[in-house]
Design a protein. Structure first.
Lengths: 143, 160
C-alpha cells in the first residue's frame, strides 16, 4: 500500500513567439557597372514581431536559416533590426545552418522590427532563372 | 487500479502541465533571379595628328591610348566596333583592344561602317581598365585633312 500526498499545480506559461508580415518582393539582379561585379539588390519591406514571456533571468535570440543552399556565386543576407535591449548581428549570409541574427532579447519584449534582405552575385554565378528559398526564423531562449 | 499506478499517472500529469519553454518559428519565401548582364564602357577621346614623314616614305602613323572595361555573366560574348561614316580616302583608323582574361583579341583592325570583331570568347568576367590603342595611318594621296571626327561605336553581344 502506497500512501503519498501529491500536490498538483499547473500554470499556463506563454512561450516566445515570432511572426512575419509576409514575403519580401522578388530580388532581381539585372545590371552592373562595366568592370565591376553585378550590382546587389535589396528589400526591406517586411517585418517580424517577437514576443517573449516574463520568466526572470531569461533572454532570447533569433536565428535564421535556409531550406537549401544558394547557387554558387550567389549570396543572400538578412539583417534584422533589434528590439529595445537586444543586439542585431547585422547582415548575415544565410545557408542551411541556423545563424544568430538577433541576440539578447529581454523578457517581456513585444516588438516589431524590419527585416532587410540583400542579394549579391558574382559573374561566375551566370544567369539564374527565378528561384525560391524558404527562410526560417526561430526565436529561442538563450542561454 | 493500484495506488501505485494512480500515483504514477498523477506524476506524469503534473509534469505535463508545467510548461517547457519551446522554440517557435516563422518562415518567409524569398524569390530571386540573376538576369543576363553585358556591360562595356570606354574612356578617353583620343586625338590623332599625322604631321611628319621620312622623306621617300608615306606619312608616319600615329597612335593614341584609351581604356575600356567589361562585365558579362555569360559565356562567349564578343566586342565589335564600327564608325558612323567612312574615313577619307587614303586614311585608315584602326583600333586594338586588350582582351580580358580568357578572351581573345583580334589585334588591330581597321574601322569602317561595317562592324568588325575585336574581342571574342569573353566569358564571365568583370575587368577593367583594359588598354585600347587607336592608330591613324595616311598615304600621301590623302592630302591635307582638316580636324575632323569619327564616332566609334562598340557593341557587346552576349553569349549564352
Amino acid at each position: 500500500m502506497v500512501t503519498a500526498l501529491l500536490l498538483l499545480s499547473s500554470r499556463a506559461v506563454r512561450a516566445q513567439t515570432i511572426v512575419v508580415s509576409g514575403n519580401p518582393a522578388a530580388l532581381k539582379i539585372t545590371t552592373a557597372v562595366a568592370g565591376s561585379q553585378p550590382a546587389s539588390v535589396s528589400d526591406n519591406s517586411t517585418t517580424y514581431t517577437v514576443v517573449t514571456p516574463n520568466p526572470a533571468n531569461r533572454t532570447y535570440k533569433i536565428t535564421a536559416q535556409l531550406n537549401a543552399p544558394m547557387p554558387t556565386g550567389v549570396s543572400l543576407t538578412a539583417s534584422l533590426a533589434a528590439p529595445a535591449g537586444a543586439t542585431s548581428v547585422g547582415a548575415v549570409a544565410l545557408d542551411l545552418t541556423a545563424r544568430d541574427v538577433v541576440t539578447g532579447i529581454p523578457r517581456q519584449t513585444n516588438a516589431t522590427r524590419t527585416i532587410a534582405y540583400q542579394l549579391s552575385a558574382t559573374v561566375s554565378a551566370g544567369v539564374i532563372t527565378s528561384s525560391t528559398r524558404i527562410v526560417t526564423l526561430t526565436v529561442l531562449q538563450f542561454p | 487500479m493500484s495506488a501505485r499506478r494512480i500515483l504514477t499517472g498523477l506524476a506524469l500529469l503534473a509534469a505535463a502541465t508545467s510548461a517547457a519553454s519551446g522554440q517557435t518559428t516563422a518562415t518567409q519565401t524569398v524569390t530571386f533571379q540573376v538576369d543576363a548582364i553585358n556591360q562595356i564602357n570606354f574612356l578617353g577621346g583620343p586625338s590623332l595628328v599625322i604631321n611628319t614623314a621620312a622623306a621617300g616614305s608615306n606619312p608616319t602613323s600615329v597612335t593614341a591610348p584609351a581604356t575600356w572595361a567589361v562585365t558579362t555573366n555569360q559565356s562567349g560574348a564578343k566586342i565589335t566596333a564600327s564608325i558612323g561614316s567612312a574615313m577619307p580616302a587614303g586614311v585608315t583608323l584602326s583600333v586594338s583592344l586588350t582582351a580580358p582574361t580568357g578572351a581573345a583579341s583580334a589585334g588591330s583592325n581597321s574601322l569602317s561602317t561595317t562592324a568588325v570583331d575585336l574581342v571574342t570568347g569573353i566569358t564571365k568576367v568583370a575587368e577593367g581598365p583594359l588598354a585600347v590603342t587607336y592608330s591613324l595611318a595616311a598615304t600621301a594621296a590623302a592630302g591635307v585633312i582638316a580636324s575632323t571626327t569619327r564616332t566609334v561605336t562598340y557593341t557587346i553581344t552576349g553569349g549564352t
